[in-house]
Design a protein. Structure first.
Length: 503
């Protein structure tokens, strides 16, 4: 049944275990190995030891045997989840296939069903998981199963996966490939299709002019972004604020909290401002941070009723951009069925840096309008592609330690990370158990604040990961984001009503 722990509402996971160092092995004859990609090697460095945590709230008590049977025919058939990270005799890091014992990757906790605060218990449980490192003698992933009834679910499953196994988009797609639609148990989930762009202008002259203008913008914005990227690596730091971490933040405990927002409310704001979903989420984050920081600066100055935000505050987010073509969920599902994956896999990521305007605005929709300008501007740049290429070049010329040091410095000089992942619009099941919510996050990077947005059905889940020594009240930050969305929705509704009123 896997490892089992008796836990009450106030108990913690075991303290850190002293595990052996990374296995050094050249493999034996006949064993096929595959080298780790530069990004996978980067995520395994001591100062960049990143892990992904994904919490699944489900609608019924978890049947452990059903979960184990499902994992045997899905996740365990994917190569990355049955491989060890090893070093060959020449020092190269490789993926080595191994026989896997599923019970060694399951943590089944025996919990008190009558605990007083189950939501707090689950929050503490998830936040304590990083205290126990993954065993390097096994493939780097595990699944915790807790039959605890919370305010949102009847039970909870918690995946912990080392980031070297894949990027967030790959791993989320793989997770979805292990699920099925509750309305059609034989079908994998489908993701919303982006709306088509407007038709290009007619006429040869207009087409040529638009193409030349786009090329000029591409070159100009790429040069500007690369200069800013280089400046950030060398000397340009964000302003010290109550949400910016300091030295050693990557190794300190993290607190993971989440809040459910209405996806319909997000769409109302999107339609009124003529923006995208991502624009709205960036705007909500900027508005929520502005409110939160205004309160914090007010506490410092003892002037809570005034606008306390500094006039020249630099606060930026690093965003990992997936550079791979879209991974088809059906392809991943078919690959696991055939004992092999036919899709590209791994970490193929580039960085972009997005500035957040932290300012008090009278019209809450202005946060979204400003976010749209910034995001549209980033779409006209090759910053993500070139940051990926430069990173690969640095690894090849100077080695992985130099690349890790530069990546660490770049993240440390910015304030936070930001991510938005699109999920299914219909209900899906986890080995026959309907999923109520999906809440992914990450830890191990040198920042005290991370925002993840995950859409699913008619909800938008915002997950906030914080260093509690820097941000002791993450729930307040979630409340500020939720309140910002409410203000935007109300403003959008008023604007719509004024447009529909007859003159």
């Amino acid at each position: 049944m896997g490892s089992t722990e008796k836990m009450g509402s106030n108990q913690r996971l075991p303290e850190k275990l002293k595990l052996p160092e990374r296995i050094r092995s050249g493999g034996s004859d006949g064993e096929l190995t595959e080298p780790l990609s530069p990004a996978a090697r980067l995520f395994a460095q001591p100062n960049f030891n990143c892990h992904i945590i994904a919490v699944l709230g489900v609608g019924e008590r978890l049947d452990v045997d059903a979960v184990k049977a499902g994992l045997q025919v899905t996740l365990l058939r994917h190569p990355r989840f049955s491989c060890l990270q090893v070093q060959s005799k020449n020092g190269a890091e490789e993926w080595l296939p191994t026989k896997i014992a599923l019970d060694n990757h399951l943590v089944i906790s025996d919990v008190d069903p009558n605990m007083d605060s189950p939501d707090k218990f689950i929050e503490d449980y998830v936040s304590n998981i990083p205290e126990t490192p993954l065993d390097p003698s096994k493939p780097q992933w595990e699944l915790h199963l807790l039959n605890v009834r919370t305010s949102e679910a009847e039970a909870v499953g918690i995946f912990r996966i080392h980031h070297s196994l894949g990027d967030g988009v790959s791993l989320m797609s793989l997770l979805l490939a292990c699920t099925r639609k509750t309305s059609d148990p034989d079908s994998v989930p489908t993701l919303p299709v982006p709306t088509k762009k407007a038709a290009p202008p007619k006429g040869v002259f207009l087409v040529v002019f638009k193409w030349l203008w786009c090329m000029l913008c591409l070159v100009w914005y790429t040069v500007l972004d690369l200069m800013m990227f280089a400046a950030t690596l060398v000397f340009l730091k964000d302003t010290d604020t109550p949400v910016k971490g300091g030295v050693g933040v990557e190794s300190r405990p993290k607190r993971f909290v989440h809040r459910t927002l209405s996806l319909d409310d997000v769409k109302v704001v999107k339609d009124m401002t003529g923006s995208t979903m991502n624009d709205v989420l960036v705007g909500i984050t900027a508005a929520g941070l502005s409110c939160y920081l205004n309160q914090k600066f007010g506490e410092i100055k003892n002037t809570p009723d005034k606008n306390n935000l500094p006039s020249s505050l630099r606060l930026r987010a690093t965003v990992l951009v997936n550079l791979r073509t879209t991974i088809e969920i059906q392809t991943l599902a078919d690959g696991m069925k055939d004992d092999k994956s036919k899709s590209q896999w791994g970490n193929k990521l580039g960085y972009i840096i997005i500035p957040f305007n932290i300012i008090a605005r009278e019209d809450p929709l202005d946060y979204v309008r400003r976010a749209k300008v910034i995001v549209d501007r980033k779409k006209k740049s090759l910053e993500a592609v070139l940051s990926h290429s430069c990173g690969a070049l640095i690894v090849k010329v100077f080695g992985i330690k130099a690349a890790a040091a530069l990546s660490h410095r770049m993240l440390r000089n910015t304030t936070m990370s930001f991510s938005n992942i699109v999920g299914p619009a219909e209900e899906i099941g986890f080995f026959g158990n309907p999923i109520r919510y999906i809440a992914p996050s990450v830890y191990g990077h040198p920042q005290a604040l991370t925002f993840h947005f995950q859409s699913y059905m008619n909800m938008m889940k915002v997950v906030v990961a914080v260093d509690e020594s820097v941000i002791p009240d993450p729930h307040q930050l979630c409340e500020d984001l939720a309140e910002s969305l409410n203000l935007m929705k109300d403003a959008a509704s008023r604007n719509k009503s004024s447009l529909e009123d007859p003159i």
